[in-house]
Design a protein. Structure first.
Length: 196
């Protein structure tokens, strides 16, 4: 094993070889020390912030511990420059996307801010719709079918008659009786006031 003083005079590719072959972290440390200013300079060029640039340098060198064992590096300095640049660009892209998402959420919230009264009305409406679904199950099959087609699917009397095979008078009767029965069911069984 080489002494630290010998390693300091060793070129980049030999330090990389020591790290890869012998898992020599000291060699990697020398490489880091030797090129940290280059990495920091590249980071500053893209990030324009000292703390973010220092963080980027540390993240890149942590990544190098893995990448140096994966990729064959011929010119460490040029390779490091590219790795740092790519890291910074990915960071900026991710940061911009987060900023954009934050702004979109803020805009959405400010556009859709509802007063408590509006929110209360929306909840009340949702509860009534849920109750209506329950109440529908108490109707006979003909009334259920006609009311669903007429009110929920917004079909005309004629379309309901064609789809169900009932006569026009039967359709009107099923809808009328079904509507009356729904009101009774909701007020008596489900205890919900129905406003017409």
């Amino acid at each position: 094993m080489q002494k630290l003083s010998d390693k300091k005079s060793t070129d980049d590719l030999q330090l990389i070889a020591l790290y890869i072959n012998d898992d020599d972290k000291e060699a990697l440390g020398i490489l880091f020390e030797r090129h940290s200013m280059l990495a920091y300079g590249v980071s500053m060029k893209y990030l324009k912030d000292e703390d973010e640039s220092k963080d980027a340098v540390m993240q890149v060198f942590e990544k190098l511990m893995v990448d140096l064992k994966k990729y064959k590096v011929e010119n460490f300095r040029a390779w490091l420059h590219t790795v740092v640049k790519n890291h910074c660009l990915m960071y900026l892209r991710s940061h911009a996307a987060k900023e954009q998402r934050y702004e979109e959420v803020q805009n959405y919230l400010s556009e859709s801010v509802e007063t408590e009264n509006q929110l209360h009305l929306a909840i009340e409406k949702e509860q009534k719709l849920s109750s209506l679904e329950v109440a529908m199950t108490y109707l006979n099959e003909q009334q259920q079918k006609c009311i669903q087609l007429f009110y929920l699917r917004e079909k005309s009397y004629e379309e309901v008659a064609v789809e169900t095979g009932y006569t026009m008078n039967e359709v009107k009767s099923f809808i009328q009786n079904g509507k009356r029965n729904l009101k009774i069911i909701m007020e008596k069984k489900l205890k919900i006031t129905v406003n017409e």
